[in-house]
Design a protein around this ligand. Structure first.
Ligand code: BES
Ligand code: MN
Ligand code: ZN
Length: 492
């Protein structure tokens, strides 16, 4: 899709579909809208009356213009109250506009939306993201292409001249989001630990990064007993993936992004029962998907920051070699774990990944994991949980998420709850009591962090959506990539 930022306005743009954002305050018609209404002999007012359009957030109307008009279709998208307009509202409005134009089989779209907070750069970026993400469809596993394929090819951002750089940043970011969506959407017989290695290798090649892959024996040498315990029942070899981006000059910061990479989670011998959503457990590498999605984006953006992208990738399976519930594992920092539940496997793989990253001499690190159903119970499907013992790092992540439009909520590191993880035989168990299950999971991870500022994001809810949701179509959302990019760039 081709994006252009132009100084043309809705009065002099020509093309297939013109969509204009209309706030509640701009009705009755005023300003350019009123000029456009005059130019179109009162047609704008007509469709507003016919559809009883009030500019309410999310409402849309579309109509055909006359044969001799230089625009074929005219659409309006409601913005709600202009006074309360957020950047995310513009992203959503751009998505509605794109869906409207696409349904109307239009090739070119002229988008006329207000500039947010006097910031044309962030506005152009948000509009590009909204359109790109709303129109992305994944038909890789359909034998015939359906009629609902994308028709919009050119998008003109009206009255936003000189924003080519912002558009490019959005497109690079969306490349990463789309990679993350593809990784999460593909089933476990396609996205295997080896396939994640191939993905990382392709990024390393395209963006000139270093790729280190630790095989089972390498992990054994490093004492990664927790990760290897989870991996031991699978017929597929585990892969510990470490991709490094180094900027040309001296890095401003050194960071790590660590993603839970369970390409399938059967639960192990604490097998997920029917009704538990076992058939969805291909999404259990959503953290790794966000990690490599961010790598794909940042490899193109090339910030002055050194970044380590890490995932301990494996499957959680059953076989004669499976972990027995009650087995005791030793992680690479020497801590012993009584595995009282083989379905709490993500934290075991992350334990060794965190110990590994902690030794890299970083300024900060973040892990993303589809870690607990408890987090979904607490925050629902749209919001990730954020844990960090470090207030300034937590603020950085909250601000990055705010700019990206991805929702998260800071949760407490309630140390007293770690008592529930005490084991009679080992240093700790891997699960505590049901209440506060996402908090005890975060406290477990904290045991594997010694020297580095660290934050943890539980993304079990937002990596997938069953229904169309804003600029996401049903399926994988690519959650996390945009927040990670914003965090690394650390603007604002
Ligand atoms: N991968 C799951 C968590 C999950 C649940 C992800 C729903 C996406 C959607 C994780 O490994 C798991 O099984 N967690 C258990 C932990 C429990 C055994 C303490 C859970 O949440 O039930
Ligand atoms: Mn599990
Ligand atoms: Zn899992």
């Amino acid at each position: 899709m081709d994006f252009q930022a132009t100084d043309k306005s809705c009065l002099n743009w020509s093309g297939d579909c013109l969509v204009i954002g209309v706030s509640e305050e701009s009705l009755p018609l005023s300003g350019v809208l009123s000029d456009l209404n005059d130019k179109l002999s009162g047609l704008v007012q007509d469709i507003i009356d016919e559809a009883e359009f009030k500019g309410k957030e999310g409402s849309t109307v579309i109509t055909r213009l006359g044969k001799d008009s230089s625009v074929r279709k005219l659409g309006l998208v409601g913005l709600g109250s202009a006074a309360k307009l957020k950047l995310e509202d513009l992203r959503l409005a751009a998505a509605s506009a794109a869906r409207l134009a696409n349904k109307a089989k239009c090739q070119s779209l002229g988008l006329s939306l207000p500039i947010w907070s006097n910031n044309p750069g962030l506005t152009a970026q948000a509009l590009t993201e909204g359109v790109t993400l709303a129109l992305h469809q994944d038909n890789r596993f359909k034998s015939e292409s359906e009629d609902d394929h994308v028709k919009v090819e050119q998008v003109h951002l009206l009255e936003l001249p000189g924003q080519a750089e912002a558009i490019q940043l959005a497109q690079q970011t969306c490349d990463g989001v789309i990679l993350a969506r593809q990784l999460v959407a593909a089933p476990a017989n396609v996205v295997t630990p080896e396939a994640l290695v191939e993905t990382a290798a392709a990024i390393a090649k395209d963006s000139d990064m270093e790729l280190q892959v630790l095989e089972r024996e390498d992990c054994e040498k490093l004492g990664m007993g927790a990760f290897l315990g989870v991996a031991q029942a699978s017929d597929l070899p585990p892969k510990f993936i470490h991709l490094t981006y180094k900027p040309a000059g001296t890095p401003r910061r050194k960071l790590a992004i660590i993603g839970k990479g369970l390409t399938f989670d059967s639960g192990g011998l604490n097998l997920k029962v029917s009704g538990s959503g076992i058939e969805m457990m291909k999404i259990d590498m959503g953290g790794a998907a966000a990690t490599f999605g961010a790598a794909k984006a940042l490899g193109q953006i090339k910030p002055d920051v050194e970044i380590h992208f890490i995932s301990a990738a494996t499957e959680n399976m059953i076989s004669g070699r499976a972990l027995h519930p009650g087995d005791i594992l030793t992680a690479s920092n020497g801590k012993t774990i009584e595995v009282n539940n083989t379905d709490a496997e993500g934290r075991l793989t992350l334990a060794d990944a965190l110990v590994f990253a902690d030794k890299l001499g970083l300024d900060a690190m973040i892990d993303l994991a589809t870690l607990t159903g408890a987090c979904v119970v607490a925050l629902g499907d749209n919001i990730a949980g954020l844990w960090s013992p470090d207030d300034s790092l937590a603020d950085e992540i909250v601000n990055a998420a705010d700019r990206s439009g991805e929702k998260l909520w800071r949760m407490p590191m309630e140390e007293k709850y770690f008592e529930g993880m005490k084991s009679v035989v080992a240093d700790m168990k891997n699960t505590g009591p049901r209440p506060g299950g996402s908090i005890t999971a975060a406290l477990f991870l904290q045991q594997y962090v010694k020297d580095t500022r660290w934050a943890h994001l539980d993304v079990a809810g937002p990596v997938w959506t069953e229904k169309e949701n804003g600029y996401h179509n049903p399926g994988a959302t690519g959650y996390g990539v945009r927040t990670l990019v914003q965090w690394v760039l650390g603007q604002g």
